[in-house]
Design a protein around this ligand. Sequence first.
Ligand code: NAD
Length: 433
Amino acid sequence: MKLVMIGSGYVGLVSGACFADFGHEVVCVDKDETKIAALQSGKIPIFEPGLDHLVATGAASGRLTFTTEIGSAVADAHAVFIAVGTPSRRGDGHADMVYVYAAAREIAASLSGFTVIVNKSTVPVGTGDEVERIIREVNPAAEFAVVSNPEFLREGAAIDDFKRPDRVVIGGDDERGLAVMRQIYRPLALGRSPLIEMSRRGAELTKYAGNAFLATKITFINEMADLCEKVGADVLEVARGIGLDNRIGSKFLHAGPGYGGSCFPKDTLALLKTADDYDAPIRIVEAVVAANDRRKRLMGRKVIEAAGGDLRGRTVAILGLAFKPNTDDMRESPAIAIIQTLQDGGASIHAYDPQSIEQARGVLHDVDYFTDAYSAMAGCDALVIATEWDEFRALDLGRIKTLLREPVLVDLRNIYDRAAVEQHGLRYTAVGR
Ligand code: NAD
């Protein structure tokens, strides 16, 4: 089938490359000319494991192409996916819909023949209705159906998530539109991924409900971790103890510095705004948002305390800047608030991340970047593990002890064993242990 992906970011590019791999013909569109020029010359503008290979294969087969021109691609397409950003609107936290609605207008002008417009971006309930209204207004003669198809992939494991999803959610009631969607996702049937059909509004809300639930699970174990510290329990034991209960499940029970990333923070806020609009408050998510915001700053305080209470004139090494491993995405990363708190406390920052230093330069100020973990920590007064990249999991503890000026290791991801760390003469602080 002929597909168009409007927006070639984490979601659009991964989805486009995977669909092309399944055998569909995919045109990835982006209004960012630099991004499209890079893709056309074989360069991948983001870091996502395996994506370079998948894009190269798709491009070589001729099934995956890139353009800044929406028009001709849309005219030929069976389905046009909207995969543009829906960031928090400045000032009020509502999802900012300007990119989605602009894309709808641009698509509308070029439609020809029956076309399915697919909202893949994470969008508030009712967006499908508004996209439909915009298209009708711009092009009253257009033959189309608008369906919701929220994306659940995780950065860092995006290709596997896209190709072997737990489920695919399709929302809409236009039978012609649904038939096209079933055809597009047919290759997934081999992997037995269930395709769930529901109302468009149900699909829109499912995405927010899923992210809010996961954010709640993370925040729950984080607060349990705080209690563990006070009562002398180990949150790893508690998490295992509850996670083996099938009704609870062990995923998303890793205590840490708070959730970040391009989705949970903005999606929880947007859900609360929708709840407000409809006068159906979701108190539990309100509490999650507040607790998580507070937590990121508290983690900076935790480092200051571990280092003796005063970091003025001292240097802290931060390992890991991205909001999680295997991505270069810095959006809302806990490392940002932690570093700012340390800087406010008078500390200088050394930092290393395997992939996100370029992105970090745009967000953080007055940070010295290094090309590996050991050179970042040399001469520092504390070492903080902020993101659990694999390469930080088996650092040479003896070498760390000789490189640090003060033997302070703050492990905000709980990837080390206290006894092993202390054996090397390092003072160890973790989360909830
Ligand atoms: P992104 O910022 O990485 O990419 C969005 C792209 O859209 C940008 O390259 C931008 O230039 C382009 N764009 C914006 N308006 C355009 C237009 N009118 N025409 C062409 N291109 C346009 O965003 P993302 O992380 O891929 O997220 C996209 C959507 O998917 C969001 O709604 C997000 O919430 C959702 N989502 C993201 C993830 C994730 O892990 N990143 C997972 C699931 C869902």
